[in-house]
Design a protein around this ligand. Structure first.
Ligand SMILES: [Zn+2]
Length: 391
């Protein structure tokens, strides 16, 4: 059975690769999405990877897909993507440059906050309330906010960290070293986090600039920044697929709000189910249902850290099937695809290379009707590509 894979880092990795012309041929690949991965990267580095992609397509006889109309039944199709919106910097012009280069999907953030939005590290830890239900936060609108508790309820420690300076709780203090970290907010909903590029107040209250003053009404959500909203809008206009993998829960819901408004589906190109194995990189059930409601897809990731504690081949096979059946149960049969992450992850004991795809598809056919396996293997992803990249 042919398949579509929404994410590989083969373009970035040097040395022996899991995704090659040969393994894609053996695996029966219909379309592979090659990511330009540039952690804290810039436009120049990304454009070099785009050139590498162009050469690879010529060398390996891949069909470069810039529009759904380019899809070929006779060759391996290849789509150019970007992982980490740093390439855009803070200028929409750069998004146009990437589009002109042929990029048709972009993962908005990687493992750092950037000008577009916040990373999964801002998502709640195991056992904590989902982002949309964190104290003081109301989702459903546009934003998740983390409102401070009343001054008198604060412990000595949190008082020290996030003192209110006017006594009326209209402003809060954020030590500089915490302002750009998304970590501390998770364990303590009494403090709020503002990525540095979202800090709108420049009112430093200590001469040493170690803290910044943020009036309450200037607080920003922890998801998309205002610039990030512009990026997402523009991607929709251009016909680039918006990818929320690696994003925070709040970023996910900000994109989902945009998707509902615009009617344009989005993807989580390489993310699994949080209910099966807890990791902030995986999606919780509410996210899976929302993604399905928006007509989007999530690509099953083969990173063993996201699948199960049992890293053996048998354990990973079991985990893959468990994630698949859970996602089908929660999100229905139209929301799941593959997002292997080959060459971006240590080799999985069960799924080593793209040549192993038939064994997974076979294992799926043992427990899932072939009609549904076909949807997961290629029909769902193809539907999104046709919906978004039809210019
Ligand atoms: Zn990734």
């Amino acid at each position: 059975m042919k398949y579509i894979d929404l994410h590989t880092d083969a373009l970035t990795k040097e040395g022996v690769l899991s995704v090659t012309k040969e393994t894609l041929g053996t695996g029966g690949c219909f379309l592979e999405c090659f990511a330009c991965f540039t952690p804290r990267g810039d436009l120049e580095k990304t454009l070099k990877l785009c050139d590498k992609f162009e050469k690879m397509c010529a060398r390996d006889n891949f069909q470069w897909v810039k529009s759904a109309g380019d899809l070929s039944e006779n060759r391996v199709n290849a789509m150019l993507t970007v992982e980490g919106g740093e390439a855009v910097g803070n200028d929409l012009k750069n998004l146009h440059i990437l589009y002109e280069k042929g990029v048709r999907m972009m993962t908005l953030v990687w493992n750092y906050d950037n000008a577009i939005g916040t990373t999964h590290k801002a998502s709640p830890l195991k056992g904590e309330a989902p982002a949309e239900r964190v104290a003081g936060g109301t989702h459903g609108g546009r934003a998740v906010t983390y409102a401070p508790t009343a001054h008198s309820e604060r412990s000595e420690e949190s008082h020290r960290l996030t003192d209110f300076v006017r006594g009326d709780s209209s402003v809060a203090l954020f030590p500089q070293n915490e302002r750009t970290s998304t970590d501390f907010v998770r364990g303590d909903s009494s403090v709020a986090l503002f990525p540095q590029n979202e800090r709108t107040s420049t009112d430093f209250v200590r001469g040493d600039s170690s803290v910044a003053l943020l009036p309450q009404n200037e607080r920003r959500p922890l998801g998309l920044t205002p610039f990030g909203r512009d990026v997402v809008e523009k991607m929709g206009e251009l016909g680039m697929i918006v990818d929320v993998s690696h994003g925070s829960d709040a970023l996910f819901f900000d994109v989902a709000d945009w998707s509902k408004r615009s009617g344009i589906p989005f993807v989580a190109s390489h993310s699994n189910a949080r209910a099966c194995h807890f990791h902030t990189r995986n999606l919780d059930d509410g996210q899976i249902r929302t993604l399905a409601d928006c007509g989007g897809v999530m690509g099953l990731n083969f990173y063993d850290e996201f699948l199960s504690d049992d890293k053996t081949a048998a354990g990973q096979k079991r985990a893959l099937i468990a994630h698949i059946t859970h996602i089908l149960k929660v999100g229905g049969e139209d929301a799941l695809a593959f997002g292997s992450d080959f060459d971006g992850i240590p080799q999985n004991a069960y799924m080593k290379t793209a040549a192993d795809m038939p064994r997974l598809i076979e294992a799926m056919c043992d427990v899932i009707p072939p009609r549904v396996v076909e949807k997961i293997a290629f029909r769902n992803a193809e539907r999104v590509i046709r919906a978004v990249c039809s210019c």
